[in-house]
Design a protein around this ligand. Structure first.
Ligand code: AOF
Ligand code: ZN
Length: 366
C-alpha cells in the first residue's frame, strides 16, 4: 500500500468518532510497521486522549522505526493532554505522514516543525482534500470563527414541509427519520427557531438503538424567550443540554425560570428588527466549542440562513407525496432551487434511497 492508501485508512478511522469528540476534531491515526497496520485509533470520545497517543499506546514497541499516518498535524501544545509530538518522538517512529496543517493557533505548523527538529521524516498534504472534507466543521470554526451549518430540509414532492403553518405533518418515512437521527449523532448541535418548538414540541434527540448517548446540544433561536416552560426541550434540559440563543430584549425573569430548569441562555446581538443575529449566534456557538450545527427548522430559519449565506451544506430529504399549494414551503418565499439549481451549491455523492424517500446532499462550492 502507498501513502495515499494508508492515509485513506487513517481518515476512515477518524470518521468513527465524528460528533462525539466535543470541541476537538475526530482525528484518525494508524501506525504502519513493515507494511503491516500494527495500530489504529481515533480521538477518544469526549476529545481526549488524542488519536496519536492512543495509537502509539496500542502499538507499544512495534512503533519503533514505524510510520505514523495522521489525518491532522499532531499537536505540540500542552493542553488538556501532553503534546502528541512528544509521544511520537518518544515512541521512536521514523516517519510521520499527515494530511492537513492544524489551524489551531497553539499548533499551526509547530507540530510538523517539532517532529522535523527531532530528526523524524515528515510528509505533509497526503489526501488533503479528503481530510479537509472530514474535518470541515473544525476547520470552519478555527478559520472563520463560526460554526459550520448543515441545513436539513425534509420536503414533499412539491417542496412543502407541512400541510399548513403550525401543523406538524409527517412527510418523509421511518427510514428517512432514522437517517436524520444518524445525522444528529454526527454533529455537535441541532438548531431550530422557536416557532418550530411552538408548532411541533420536538425532542431533537438521536433515538437510534444504542446511540442515545450521541444526542448533540439542542439550540433554539428565540429572541424574546417565548419557548414554553412546559415544552419537551425545557423538560429534558437536564438530560440533553438545551441552549437558548436570545437578545438583550428578553425578559430577565423568564431567563431565570429557564435557567433553574437547566437551560443555558446565551445573549446574542440583535438584528435591526429585533431577531437574533445569525452571524453572531454562529460565532457564539463556535466560542463554546460547537463546530458543526444541523439546522432543522423551520422555514423562516432556513430562509434566513440561506439569505445570510451561512448554509455550508444542505441535506434534502424528499418524499414522493404532494401536499398541494396550501402547504408551507420549506424555505418560505425562497424556492428550493436556490440551493438545488444554484451555481453556489453542488451535489456531493450519489443520492440515497430511503424507503420511498430519497436524500441528496449539496455543498457550497463558492
Ligand atoms: C492531535 N490529535 O487526535 C486531535 C488533535 O484541548 P486539547 O489539549 O485536547 O487540544 C485540542 C486541540 O488539539 C484541538 O483544537 C486541535 O488543534 C488538536 N486536536 N490533535 O494531535 C488529535 N483531536
Ligand atoms: Zn495531540
Amino acid at each position: 500500500m502507498n501513502d495515499e492508501a494508508y492515509m485513506r485508512r487513517a481518515i476512515a478511522v477518524g470518521r468513527r468518532r465524528r460528533g462525539s469528540t466535543g470541541e476537538n476534531p475526530s482525528v484518525g491515526c494508524i501506525i504502519v510497521s513493515g507494511g503491516e497496520i500494527v495500530a489504529a485509533a481515533s480521538t477518544a470520545p469526549g476529545g481526549r486522549p488524542h488519536a496519536e497517543t492512543r495509537a502509539l499506546a496500542m502499538a507499544g514497541e512495534a512503533a519503533r522505526g514505524a510510520t505514523a499516518f495522521v489525518s491532522l498535524e499532531p499537536c505540540c501544545h500542552h493542553g488538556q493532554t501532553p503534546p502528541c509530538v512528544d509521544a511520537l518522538i518518544d515512541s521512536g517512529v521514523a516517519r510521520v505522514v499527515t494530511a492537513l496543517d492544524d489551524p489551531d493557533p497553539r499548533v499551526s505548523g509547530g507540530g510538523h516543525q517539532a517532529l522535523l527538529d527531532a530528526g523524524i521524516e515528515v510528509t505533509q498534504g497526503i489526501l488533503a482534500d479528503q481530510a479537509k472534507w472530514e474535518l470541515r466543521a473544525f476547520l470552519k470554526r478555527h478559520i472563520n470563527k463560526r460554526a459550520y451549518v448543515t441545513l436539513k430540509l425534509a420536503v414533499s414532492a412539491d417542496g412543502k414541509i407541512a400541510s399548513k403553518p403550525g401543523e406538524p405533518t409527517a412527510i418523509t418515512g421511518e427510514t428517512a427519520r432514522d437517517r436524520v437521527h444518524l445525522l444528529r449523532a454526527e454533529v455537535d448541535a441541532i438548531l431550530v427557531g422557536v416557532s418550530t418548538v411552538l408548532a411541533d414540541d420536538p425532542d431533537l434527540t438521536c433515538r437510534l438503538p444504542g446511540m442515545n448517548g450521541r444526542s448533540p446540544v439542542r439550540v433554539v433561536s428565540d429572541s424574546r424567550l417565548s419557548i414554553p416552560l412546559a415544552s419537551r426541550l425545557v423538560a429534558t434540559a437536564n438530560d440533553v443540554p438545551v441552549w437558548i440563543m436570545t437578545t438583550n430584549a428578553s425578559d430577565a425573569a423568564t431567563r431565570g425560570a429557564l435557567e433553574t430548569r437547566g437551560v443555558q441562555v446565551i445573549e446574542c446581538l440583535a438584528t435591526h428588527d429585533g431577531k437574533v443575529n445569525l452571524d453572531d449566534m454562529l460565532a457564539k456557538l463556535a466560542e463554546r466549542g460547537v463546530s458543526h450545527v444541523l439546522a432543522e427548522g423551520g422555514a423562516h430559519m432556513a430562509k434566513a440562513l440561506v439569505e445570510a449565506d451561512l448554509v455550508d451544506e444542505a441535506v434534502l430529504l424528499q418524499a414522493p407525496v404532494k401536499i398541494g399549494p396550501q402547504g408551507l414551503a420549506a424555505m418560505a418565499s425562497l424556492p428550493l432551487d436556490t440551493i438545488r439549481a444554484s451555481a453556489r451549491f453542488r451535489q456531493r455523492g450519489e443520492s440515497e434511497t430511503l424507503g420511498a424517500d430519497w436524500l441528496a446532499k449539496y455543498v457550497r462550492v463558492r
